[in-house]
Design a binder for this molecule. Sequence first.
Ligand code: HEC
Ligand code: HEC
Length: 354
Amino acid sequence: MSDFVNGFWGIFISVVAVGGVLWCVWLLYTQRRWLGAKPAAGQVEDTGHVWDGDLTELNNPVPTWWTWMYLLACLFALGYLFFMPGLGSYKGQLGYSSTEEVAQHQAKMANAVRPIYARFETMTVPQISQDAGAREIGQRLFLNNCAQCHGSDAKGGPSFPNLTDGDWLHGGSPEVIMKTIKEGRHGVMPPWKAAIDAKAAGDIAQYVRSLSGLTADPIRVFRGKREFGNFCVACHGVDGKGNQLMGAPNLTDDVWLYGSSEASIVKTILDGRDNRMPAHEHILNPEQIKVLTAWVWGLSNKPEAAGDVQAEGNTAVDTPAAGTPAAGTPAAGTPAAETTAVGTVAVGTAPLAK
Ligand code: HEC
Ligand code: HEC
């Protein structure tokens, strides 16, 4: 196979390759004065170079064996170019192709692993997620294909969602996870610099923080709430709980892609965010995607619930028992520093059941 987009480069390469070999032969020919048998002793020319007072450099002819080696190497090169691909788009008489060799190898591997995956064909995603063998395969696939972004523990990082917390941008049902893996995702939060100034953005950020029960200035929250109603509800909803169809995150659950500080939220509001998950349907085959879907689904769905996908839902937050006094009982996982003043703002202090 040739990667050249037009014929010129193929011809150029051919001319350089064949020309190079012929040039080597021509060089030998022009230097033929130095070929042949060793002359009788005493007649040897020297180069005129003398070292250490008496060490002269002789100018003996090249040995015959060397000449033959040289010619054989040139012949080998021409023969190679005749039989193997090397001249532009010419495939070579033997028709060898490394691309084909790889494809054959891959087909062989695919056939070899097919029986392993065949077992999962009739199983549902929740069933696969409970299968020890499938979990091992799923984890390996994840480490090879996903961990570089989502982390080897799948807990994500700034801009990369945590896949273990039962909190979903796009949805956590097996179908939606599979669609995410196959087609990828593009999360776009538009920038609002043109419509919202920094001060107003700060107010909105205070309101957004209050939604998750984080410390916030009540007066700024009041102002921010109004602006939120003007600019944000279309995607994040009137209650701020987001919209999975648009990939707009729930802003009330204290789970953050970019961080909960006012500065980070203001940056999101003013500059927007553009976040991409690449499609994997051309990298992984359908059987692998199914096993991987089950592995990811299993991260936030405990085995007991696997039989009933809808009922158990997500496991992220240990909701404190109803009636527990508000102060000092923030949602599990709230960073300690943020918890001290929870309750100064009434909105959204209770963890929200999803
Ligand atoms: C190049 C980085 C990258 C790789 C590789 C990657 N992801 Fe993602 N993934 C992302 C980003 C970024 C998002 C968030 C997209 C958004 O903001 O809407 C995401 C989102 C997701 C989501 C949706 C989460 C939600 O809350 O709805 C799932 C599920 C997911 N990835 C699984 C995987 C799996 C499984 C793999 C391996 C096959 C993988 N990802 C590989 C970057 C990546
Ligand atoms: C067009 C729909 C849309 C509008 C309007 C919108 N957002 Fe967003 N927002 C998104 C999407 C989608 C994301 C997720 C971006 C990503 O995947 O990285 C997001 C992310 C965010 C985040 C980051 C959340 C986190 O977990 O770190 C914050 C905060 C936020 N938006 C606040 C706002 C505020 C405040 C407004 C109003 C000024 C607003 N958004 C308006 C769609 C929107």
